[in-house]
Design a protein around this ligand. Structure first.
Ligand code: CA
Length: 220
């Protein structure tokens, strides 16, 4: 059973999350204080932390920073406002996902399961190969005809599977010389890239849209 720490000082929210996670077949443990959660996570790491940003003791961000110094324990940040997500992404702390309040507990459980799946060791031969020297991409043995920008976009995303990149970050990383490239251009490159990836049979969705934030590369 997967152990999930629910680090949340609002008792009502925490209780609902604990109930849903338990019903979802996980073993949740509740902490109302950042420092206690950090010490417990360092002493006996859980499989995942659901971590509220605003906490007494130590803030969620301080807890995340301290955890990142020790390893790559999966963390989903809970935040009060969608506008805050861009700021959090900018901090480069490397959360695995972000959930904005108010949220549906059902959605939280689904996202927890998705992050746990991603955190599992990657299956060998995932089928997508990037040859960065040649700028060539092969999926399930088929060569994909990508433009240079589509290739760069895919390469940036695929180097950090599961990591969410905001649109401004992607613009900076993929089009560093084109100061005037718009988010609309980026979105159309993502759309084309998805279409080309989807042309090869297989159910997997390689590029995930994170509503209001950006995109991430999802390993199968
Ligand atoms: Ca809080």
């Amino acid at each position: 059973m997967k152990r999930v720490f629910v680090v949340e000082d609002e008792q009502d929210i925490a209780s609902v999350l604990v109930d849903y996670l338990r019903a979802g077949g996980m073993a949740p443990q509740h902490f109302a204080d950042g420092e206690q959660a950090l010490q417990a996570a360092l002493a006996d790491p859980p499989d995942l932390l659901l971590l509220d940003v605003m906490l007494p003791g130590r803030s969620g961000l301080e807890v995340l920073r301290a955890l990142r110094l020790r390893g790559s324990l999966p963390v989903i940040l809970l935040t009060a406002r969608v506008e805050e997500v861009d700021r959090l992404l900018g901090l480069e702390l490397g959360a695995d996902d972000y959930i904005c309040k108010p949220f549906s507990p059902r959605e939280v459980v689904a996202r927890v399961k998705a992050v746990l799946r991603r955190a599992a060791p990657a299956a060998p031969g995932m089928g997508l190969q990037l040859d960065e020297a040649q700028g060539a991409v092969t999926l399930a043995g088929q060569k994909l005809a990508l433009t240079r920008k589509e290739f760069q976009l895919l390469a940036v995303l695929a180097r950090r599977p599961g990591r969410i990149f905001s649109r401004p970050q992607l613009l900076e990383l993929v089009y560093p010389d084109a100061r005037d490239t718009s988010e609309r251009v980026l979105d159309s490159h993502v759309k084309n890239l998805r279409r080309k990836l989807a042309a090869v049979p297989g159910e997997h969705e390689w590029i995930r849209s994170v509503y209001g934030v950006g995109f991430s590369f999802e390993a199968p």
